[in-house]
Design a protein around this ligand. Sequence first.
Ligand code: AHR
Length: 500
Amino acid sequence: TSASLVLDPAFTVAPVRRRTFGTFVEHMGRCVYTGIYEPGHATADEDGFRKDVLELTRELGVSLVRYPGGNFVSGYRWEDGVGPQDQRPRRLELAWHSIETNQFGLDEFIRWCAKAGVEPMMAVNLGTRGVQEALDLQEYSNHPSGTAWSDLRVQHGEESPYGVKLWCLGNEMDGPWQIGHKTASEYGRVAAETARAMRMVEPDLELVACGSSSSAMPTFGTWEREVLRECYDLVDQISCHAYYGNDDGDTASFLASAVNMDRFIDAVVASADHVGAELKSKKRIDISFDEWNVWYGDRSRRTDGPGDAWEVAPRRIEDEYNLTDAVVVGNLLISLLRHSDRVAVACLAQLANVIAPIMTEPDGPAWRQPTFHPFAITSRLASGDVLRVETSSPSVETAKYGEIPAVDAVATYDAASGKLAVFLVNRSVDTPVEVTVDLTRTGATEVLEALSMYDDDGLAVNSATQPDRVVPKPNDSVRLADGRLTVTLPAISWTALSLS
Ligand code: AHR
């Protein structure tokens, strides 16, 4: 079977946004403690940051990190996590049923971001707290000095303001599990009031209102509309969260998860534009897809249940990802890139140990999950403009989404360097597909890289002892002549091509 696509640099979606390659660090399980932060680890630096994880974070090509939650933020007192570490309180952490030692907090996070070379994206607590505490946090973070909160930061040894530009107004406030869960109109009001006050200090902040925790929420659609009716003029983005799993063994539908993501994004764009039309506004609200990933729920193999114990950094949802999961992650990135006109920010949730591309053992090694690779390669190769790609492909039947194209693709073209990148998946569970790419309008004549992820065993995983069991391999089937490229995509595979 065969598929084809035509690439034309004249047909662009939008520039590639570096913020598409964000991730997420939550005080949850071992993401912070024994993940990015472990004083006493053989690789720990003077701040207690694991250098092995810092290195992998840079290799992953992360542009931005959202912090400190997640459900955690809705019960968090940010003041607990600044100043001398030996004076910081231990607290009950309700969202994930653990003890929070506060040895890592805002000051450490900002230092860690500088070392990792990433932009911080902060969330404020709109669960147990409100406008005033958000303002205090903003003043501590961003005001130069000469006020109580900013002078406290200086006293803590941080002369320069943190300059955090991008802020989430709470987290998943539509979820009944959220501490301080609200109705859409209650939340919309709080979001509006918080945004209004924060902008009185810094008019040019970028603010993200909470959208739906998933497109399956019963309030999905009405939530976006009601929230944006309250705060349309005061925020820049509305969030989307989505996690996909193969819990019921329906691999064909699981491989089509990006179809759900495409529809989710289109629906939120439509809801936002509907409110914009009602308000006769010229402003457009973009999307912050600030939590997305594969998440297996109960099938996580290395998870201790909450039980009754209150522990420090217990193992929580340490999903072990396989080759098929990596193909889905690669496809979700294709969906996000394709929507670069409206998706302004995206965060793979999370960065270390908790449903993460980077795994660590306490006092032990760090390694890359299979899902690490499509993210790292896409971040490295995507540049310039995202191209509008029309794919003609055989279809596959799925229980959840009906007939869908087996091959999905997106491309980017960088006019400055003349480099072209093409990302493709074959979502068929059993049939390889030969793809022909018409490159005549791009002028590309040379294949710089052709990497694919596939395996005879779709369930193959990496581990501390076999960290490179699942890695990208050169795709030797690629041929390019007279402006026509052909490449064979194995069944259940993800492929990246770099051309010039
Ligand atoms: O990323 C794990 C959790 O998933 C986050 O805390 C929450 O926002 C979402 O439900």
